[in-house]
Design a protein around this ligand. Sequence first.
Ligand code: UGA
Length: 447
Amino acid sequence: MKILFILLLCAFKEAVGLNVTIIGTGYVGLVTSAYLAEMHQVTAYDIDQKKIATLKRGTCPLFEPDLPELIQKNQHNLRFSTSLEEALSEAEVVMIAVGTPSLPDGSVDTRILMSAVQEIAQRLTHPAAIIIKSTVPVGTLKKVEDLFAAKNSHHVVFISNPEFLREGCSVYDIKHPDRIVIGTRSDRGMAIAKQLYNDALERNIPFIFTTPESAEMIKYASNAFLALKVSYANEIGRLCRATGANMQEVTTGVGLDHRINKHFLNQGPGFGGSCFPKDVRGIVALAENYGVELTLIPSILTANQTQKEYVCSLVRTALGGSCKQKTIAVLGIAFKANTDDIRESAALDIIDLLSKEEAMVRVYDPVARMPFIRENITECSSWQEALRGADALVVLTEWPEFKALPTDTVCELMRNPTIIDTRSILQLENQRNCFTYSNAQSQAMAR
Ligand code: UGA
């Protein structure tokens, strides 16, 4: 009878979910909080009082499609706090999703994470599972385990659980993961992870149960591979232009091989964002730390820099050899569409290079804002304003708004309709008067 009661209690507990506390309300922490609140009681904690006050008012502090709606939908299971004591008091799972930026030498700065771990170790007074969600160098979970062993006598289990969300579509990604990676040395940790992601388990999403070290490495190896794939596409794109091959057709032909696949083969101005550049630097630093010689992975960073310079060289060539005193309209500041994030955006580097070549740069982005303005850089409030009187147009972010630019208006507004479409998104008709460098035009251009 007693056993039956315990079993019933366990079943009920599973149905009502876990008490989950998430440390950090950045892109990853907030999206994960809003999603897990569908099944669990979630407390999202942050030291940033302003952010938590905004969330408590029912406003989403990030520009992320579908996130405000998800927060609103699951608000009955979601609370926000700036008190760590309060956030930890009933937590069965403590998930850490704080930032791990690059240090000047390219290695990963885990100080914010380790100080959060210290504070949790001092305050946690009951058994719980600690999950590291942040991207951290291989060996970090072990350090967390050691720190707890020295500071906290309560029964705590540790899990490395990297995330694979893309900004701009993270709500879709969290609901439809390709896989869930769980790195733990503990059976109880494994059981808690299954309960936490019960919904995914029931939907037969693949789970990888592995060691913390392998889980940490999976994240770096995935991002470095994707960054390599983008850089590879960029290099093939440069070759297509030089040889007269059509990049879009080449990509289709290559991507249909299921061993390669079509994703992340879109050439662009160079990858950016808060993850690829940082994580490639991070894996390079990791290799140096272990005395392992790498050649391929470090070259991704060089290839990415070359791509940005290549875009500038296209503009220069199209303008007859010099950008000096030429008016250049730039569409896009964000590192990709559907985000206001400008961290390590290739657009910023390209704007910087054009401005240093003494061009008059007129920039427009529907959402992102310029972090620097110079005498020869003007931020415009519409694409029409940016294009007025321009000698060249450079498209750097693939916003849907830019896909539909009407040819006639573009040609009317620009002094000289020279177009460098680095994202291959424009669908300009009647290009008689337009001189374009888009992929679709690569054959024409090569002549
Ligand atoms: C990336 C990974 O895709 C996620 O799986 C991972 O979780 C995340 O980093 C992270 O580590 O947190 P994200 O940085 O949001 O996500 O953006 P991506 O969609 O991967 O794009 C990265 C960069 O590559 C962008 O500048 C994008 O424009 C560029 N890109 C991407 C291309 O130029 N071509 C492509 O085909 C794909």
